[in-house]
Structures are given as C-alpha cells and as structure tokens.
Design a protein around this ligand. Structure first.
Ligand code: SF4
Length: 410
C-alpha cells in the first residue's frame, strides 16, 4: 500500500520495504510509536534478486512457484493483509480461522502464514508435527501481543496469588482465572492452559468470560484491555470493578483492595490500529452521511464501541456488510485493507473506513510480496526458511486452553 495522493499516517508507507526492514521498530503504519521488545525476531536481508525485482516480476514468481509447489504448500492470508498478498492465498481469514485451516489440511507439507508471529505459532500448535509453518518475514510481530511478555504475566500472577490467595472459596471458585485473547504469544496461551485458564477470540469473548466466571471469582484478561472492557461492560460489570494492570508497577498500579474488589483485571495492552478510532470520527460520519450505520471492532476504545451502532469481530463486520441492503451506507472501524476489500466486494453499498487517514497495521505490512516470492522459491529449492516452532511443552498447555475455548462454544 503506497501512500499516493491519499492522506496517510506515516510517510514511511511510501518508502521501499528494504528501507523499512533496515529501520528499527515495527515499520510504518499504526504501530510505529509502540515499543518493540529487544528480543523480538529480526529478519535477515533478502537476496538481491528479490529486492531488485519489480512488482510485476515478484507477482509472476509467486504465481509460478505456487503452481509448481501445488498441494504441498498452502498460503494462509490474514484479512488485514495487503491485496498483493491476499490474491495468492488459499485461505483468507482471521487468525483462528487460518489456524483451523492449517489443522484441516493434513496433506500440506508447509503453510506460508501471511500474518504475524503469534498467528503462525497458533497454526504450528494446531497443525501436524511434520508440517512446517513459515512466517515470510520474521519481523512481522504484533505490537499488541508484544505488550504482554510471559515474564510480565508470571510476575503479575505471583503478585495476584500473594494478594488474593491461591485457594478456592466455599463455592469452589478460584481467586482468579487467567484469560488470554488469541492475540498473545504461545507462552501466554500455555500459561493460561497450565493455570486453569482459557483463550478467547473477539467472536467468543463473552462466552469465554461466562465460562471463567463459572470457575472463578474474577478474571485477569491479557493483553487487550479494550476487548476485555467492552465484553465485561456488555455483561454488566461496572467500570470500577475493572482495574488496569500496568506491568511495570507494583500490584499493577492498584491497591490490594482494588484487586480484591475486581471482577476483571485488565492488562494494559491495546491494538494501535483500533485505538485510532474516535467518537469524533463517528460524529463526523453521521453528520456527513445521514443514516449511516457505524460498525466497529471491539478492540476499539469503549466510548467508540458505545457510540457505534454495532460492534463485533472481523467475521461480524464481514457478515454485516454481506447482508446489508443495496444502497446502504456503512462506516467501519477496523483495519484499512479489510475495509477497502469489503467495499470492493459490495460496489452497490457505500462502505468506508471511519478513519480518513490511510493507516494499515504496521506489522502485517511487513509481509511484502518479495518475502512471499523468496519463501516459495526457497521451498522449491528444498529449504524451509523462517520456520516458526513452538516447543512440545508450550504447545501442549496452549492446546489445553484452546480446547477449553472450543468446548465453551458458541
Ligand atoms: S491489527 Fe493490531 S492486533 Fe492485529 S496484528 Fe496488527 S497490531 Fe496486532
């Protein structure tokens, strides 16, 4: 996505990907201002054949390599990925849909996951042991997932246990149940599995919180404060019963009493893409487009979710647009690549992004076609680049948390 003519959030969007990859940080786009962990994986330089190639050459190489690889390799493309990547994907979906697609493809030897790091980990956990999951650019992390490290989560748990005790109450409810959003590292999913907790997606967060409240007096929710807050508010939990846990402060910046009174302890994480949406943008959309329907993702701040007409997962947004009556006007608060694609699929509607500024997810943006071409041609030559592997122990405990989620359906 080159920023041509349209207002964009970062002049870096117009630079070539090699300049971006040499720079520190997440790259241009919505996560630019977030701190990248010092130990985050870095991508080595690509061979010059790829960095010198034109867009057309790269597309041709991808098509040819994919054809030669056939069923051996499946390309998984996240909804937020750029069109030049998505057009080659065998499956397009959100992170969990793609991990399930990997699980349902036992014939494939390798999955090229065009998404971000935690997603490739989940695909590795759910796919077979001999199937390789590849992230074409190792620098494609997720700034939200990186806001909660396993060390911070373990330190938080130790403080919560010391403050709230470790034993269940007379009703058999544990002091606290750990819940993590899918957008977290495998290590945190495993932590939840190991400690009686569970994973959620943005589609099933409410069902998962209900599951947790059947087993615990309160929940600690990693890493997205907004999904946690929006879901708990919908269930009637008061704002004052949702303290924020700031990982660098003792007791997360709370008093012991606040933690004892809490229903949902929210980790201080957020998605920089969805944090950009504001109530003022909704007001402007309503003023400029009378009758507009506003739908947003629950990773948006609570005030935005409240001011919208509807909020839900990517799948919810997709279905809302699919089902809209011809001529409808819909303003959407989610990632720009997805909004643009949905708008193209329904030319009989007016679908636009609430944010007038072009600002993609920086980390998704790291998957440039050159990386996809390099990955596929490497596979053709018999080498497996950038394999993402989750240890057996972490994978086992993560699967426990994921299976709890699946059992807690819908
Ligand atoms: S959109 Fe937000 S949560 Fe999703 S990958 Fe990008 S930074 Fe992470």
């Amino acid at each position: 996505m080159k920023a041509t003519g349209v207002s964009s959030c970062d002049s870096g969007l117009a630079r070539d990907p090699w300049a971006i990859d040499r720079a520190p940080g997440y790259g241009p786009g919505a996560s630019t201002g977030d701190q990248i962990p010092a130990d985050a994986p870095r991508q080595g330089p690509l061979p010059q054949r790829y960095t010198d190639a034109s867009e057309e050459q790269l597309q041709q190489w991808i098509v040819e390599a994919k054809e030669r690889l056939g069923d051996r390799v499946r390309i998984l493309g996240h909804f937020y990925q750029r069109d030049e990547i998505v057009q080659h994907a065998d499956f397009v979906g959100d992170s969990f849909m793609l991990a399930q697609a990997a699980k349902a493809s036992p014939e494939a030897e390798a999955f090229v996951f065009c998404g971000v790091h935690f997603m490739a980990e989940t695909a590795d956990i759910l796919s077979g042991p001999d199937q390789a999951v590849i992230l074409p650019n190792l620098a494609a992390g997720c700034s939200m997932a990186d806001m909660a490290t396993i060390e911070q989560v373990e330190a938080c748990w130790a403080e919560l246990t010391a403050t709230l005790g470790g034993a269940a109450d007379d009703d058999g409810l544990a002091p606290v149940i750990p819940v993590t959003y899918m957008n977290s590292s495998a290590a945190i999913k495993a932590f939840c599995g190991h400690n009686g907790g569970i994973v959620c997606t943005s589609s099933n967060a409410r069902t998962v919180l209900e599951w947790a409240f059947e087993r615990g007096q309160r929940v600690v929710f990693f890493p997205d404060q907004h999904l946690g807050r929006n879901t708990a508010k919908q269930m009637g939990v008061a704002e004052e019963q949702m303290p924020l846990w700031r990982p660098h402060l003792p007791l997360g910046g709370n008093t012991a009493e606040q933690l004892r009174d809490a229903m949902v302890i929210l980790w201080n994480g957020f998605c920089s893409v969805h944090k950009r949406f504001t109530v003022a943008q909704i007001e402007r959309a309503r003023a400029e487009h009378p009758g507009v329907r506003v739908i947003v993702h629950p990773e948006c701040p609570a005030a935005v979710v409240e001011a919208a007409d509807g909020a839900g997962s990517t799948e919810y947004i997709r279905k809302e647009i699919e089902a809209a009556a011809p001529g409808s006007v819909i303003a959407v608060g989610t990632e720009i690549n997805l909004v643009n694609r949905l708008a193209e699929q329904r030319p009989d509607l007016t679908v636009f992004c609430l944010d007038p500024v072009v600002c993609p997810c920086s980390t998704m943006y790291r998957i440039h076609p050159a990386y996809l071409a390099w990955t596929l041609e490497s596979l053709l030559e018999g080498s497996v680049p950038n394999r993402i592997r989750v240890s057996d122990e972490v994978a086992g405990d993560s699967r426990v948390a994921l299976e709890r989620m699946l059992a807690a359906r819908p």
